[in-house]
Design a protein around this ligand. Structure first.
Ligand code: FRU
Length: 513
């Protein structure tokens, strides 16, 4: 990571030098090694994910001055593979008392905005501007645009901002995309307290008119935030797709605090029609720590859609025991839809390229639990807490099966298991290490999991996070943990009966720093 450092030396006067961030900048306790986290200070939602000119762009809610929420600006990082990120200077800073809240970017291929120069496409960011309450006036949220003609390195805020102002205190998080059906730009933006997503259309990203509204529907326990509307292909049904309307909810998430739900249906270029009953709630993630996830704009048509979320929860985000940074993103996740016995569901998998970080393997097939645990007891692949465990379990007559991970001395551990009697996947971090910083942190969570055949789990651990993709990606659980440095143990367990054959594929992963 490169950035310019200025220093005023006592004896050498003013010096200016380019500094390459070193691995030690990213080696504090709990610092993720292949998930994005800013070198220093606070982050929350990912913003403006876009692929442009061979680079993946990750913008993010960032406080350039501290490790709690404030002075919200768009931080910026770029990557060629979504695993190795280079942090760049702040892209959109707070200015004139207006903070830069969550939003999206698009690549304006045909210069509809007239912001692009030299007959080349440019990047346009659409974001919420937030002005705090002053005296008698309420706080204000409006939608704004900015553009960049140098691959996102520098940005100009549009002189005609705001482009949408309803004089509202809560009106935020615009996600924009080009609609082929409507032949216009579409913005999905939240009316948080009404539990509605307002859909606007525009020919040029500057003038917007209301097209439709979606909601209330599903879960409405808190404010609706970070809405997103995007198509996904239906697995095994060539050429078929459905539209996903994904909405953040805070509080009121399934696991407490911040959570995300999704609706599946169709979009005709103007309005989204939910294909399920309005009261049905589908959850994107059953853990506590995946919020305001966003998909990429500008991906090549044949590339699988990828989503990245903020790996935290507003219940305790500002109390996490990390320094000098606070906040990190989830793994990039590949998305598709699958027709299951319960209906069409969102399927998530870790980015395939994660395996390029492999630095050691242990593959065990067709064994019983004793031989499996004997092999795991000998490995040091879990040392360093950066690994991926892919497993297939024939649950047999057992009533409860699972993995004890990041364990030490039998007293400190995290459990990821399946309770057959209630048909639920569970995640227990009550004994996961440091849980003392918030009463909302030490929890046992669960998720309905309808098992047909063997139980599969893909578990990715990166020092302070555990992401579980179970039942071939139909159930995802994302949770932070803060284990002791020596909590390297990994064991399989089963209760109440005998399991059939087991398989485990354990890969130690290298740091991307
Ligand atoms: C969600 C959120 C957004 C808002 C941003 C402010 O986490 O509350 O609705 O734009 O964070 O940082």
């Amino acid at each position: 990571m490169k950035r310019l450092s200025f220093c005023l030396g006592l004896f050498i006067g003013i010096c200016l030098f380019a500094r390459t961030a070193s691995q030690s900048d990213y080696d504090q306790p709990f610092r993720p090694q292949f998930h994005f986290s800013p070198r220093v200070h606070w982050t929350n939602d990912p913003n403006g994910l876009a692929f442009f000119d061979g680079e993946y762009h990750l913008f993010y809610q960032y406080n350039p001055f501290g490790d709690v929420w404030g002075h919200m600006s768009w931080g910026h990082a770029v990557s060629r593979d979504m695993l190795h990120w280079s942090e760049l200077p702040v892209a959109l800073p707070e200015q004139d008392g207006i903070m830069i809240f969550t939003g999206s970017t698009v690549v304006d291929e045909h210069n509809t905005s007239k912001f692009c120069k030299d007959n080349k496409p440019c990047m346009v960011a659409v974001y919420t501007g937030y002005t705090a309450a002053k005296g008698a006036s309420k706080s204000l949220q409006t939608q704004n645009v900015a553009y960049s003609n140098d691959n996102g390195r520098t940005w100009t805020k549009y002189a005609g901002n705001p482009v949408l102002d309803l004089h509202m205190t809560d009106f935020r998080d615009p996600k924009v995309f080009w609609s082929e059906q409507g032949k216009h730009w579409v913005m999905a933006v939240s009316l948080p307290d009404d539990h509605k997503v307002r859909i606007y259309g525009s020919p040029d990203l500057k003038t917007w008119k209301t097209l439709s509204e979606f909601g209330p529907a599903g879960a409405t326990g808190g404010q609706w935030e970070c809405p997103e509307l995007f198509p996904l292909p239906l697995e095994g049904k060539a050429g078929q797709q459905r539209w996903v309307m994904k909405v953040g909810l805070n509080p009121g998430g399934r696991a407490g605090g911040s959570g995300e739900q999704y609706f599946i249906g169709n979009f005709d270029g103007n309005a989204f029609k939910n294909g399920n009953p309005a009261a049905q709630t589908l959850w994107t993630d059953y853990g506590k720590d995946c919020y305001c996830a966003l998909t990429f704009s500008g991906l090549p048509k044949n590339q699988t859609q990828v989503m990245i979320g903020w790996m935290s929860n507003w219940q305790y985000a500002d109390k996490l025991p990390t320094s000098p940074w606070r906040g990190q993103m989830t793994l990039p996740r590949q998305l598709k839809l699958r027709e299951t016995a319960e209906g069409i569901r969102l399927i998530q998998a870790p980015l395939k390229e994660l395996q390029t970080l492999a630095k050691g393997h242990l593959k065990i097939d067709d064994v019983d639990d004793q031989s499996l645990n004997a092999a795991l007891a000998k490995t040091d692949l879990t040392k360093g807490h950066t690994f991926e465990l892919k497993t297939t379990v024939d649950v047999g007559s057992a009533s409860d099966v699972g993995w004890k991970i990041l364990s030490e001395d039998g007293t400190s551990y995290t459990l990821v298991g399946y309770d057959k009697q209630v048909g639920k996947l569970y995640f227990d971090r009550t004994h996961s290490g440091d849980v003392s910083f918030s009463k909302d942190f030490p929890v046992r969570l669960d998720a309905p999991l309808h098992l047909a055949g063997k139980l599969t789990m893909d578990i990715v651990v990166d020092r302070s996070s555990v992401e579980v993709f179970a039942n071939n990606g139909t159930v995802t659980m994302t949770d932070l943990v803060f284990p002791a440095a020596n909590a390297n143990g990994l064991q399989f367990y089963s209760k109440g009966g005998k399991t059939g054959k087991l398989a485990a594929d354990l890969t130690a992963l290298k740091s991307a720093h």
